[in-house]
Design a protein. Structure first.
Length: 74
């Protein structure tokens, strides 16, 4: 039971990180990790957001190579 909750929370955390990556890619806005005073926590935060970037890249690559998605003419 506890292991299931751990996986659930980990999945949710990765999902939130991926949303932050999408916001950064579309608007250019990103959390300012330099405001975090503790170097260790800042490092963890940067790795956390890096995981979201990696997941976002994988999703985007899959969508680009899929026949189910097309680019808008806008």
């Amino acid at each position: 039971m506890a292991l299931g909750k751990l996986f659930h929370y980990a999945f949710d955390a990765v999902l939130v990180s991926t949303v932050f990556a999408g916001v950064r890619r579309t608007s250019g806005l990103t959390p300012d990790t330099t405001l975090i005073a503790d170097e260790n926590i800042r490092s963890v935060a940067q790795k956390y957001f890096g995981i979201g970037e990696s997941i976002f890249d994988m999703i985007q690559g899959t969508a680009v190579n899929s026949k189910y998605f097309k680019r808008n003419a806008d």
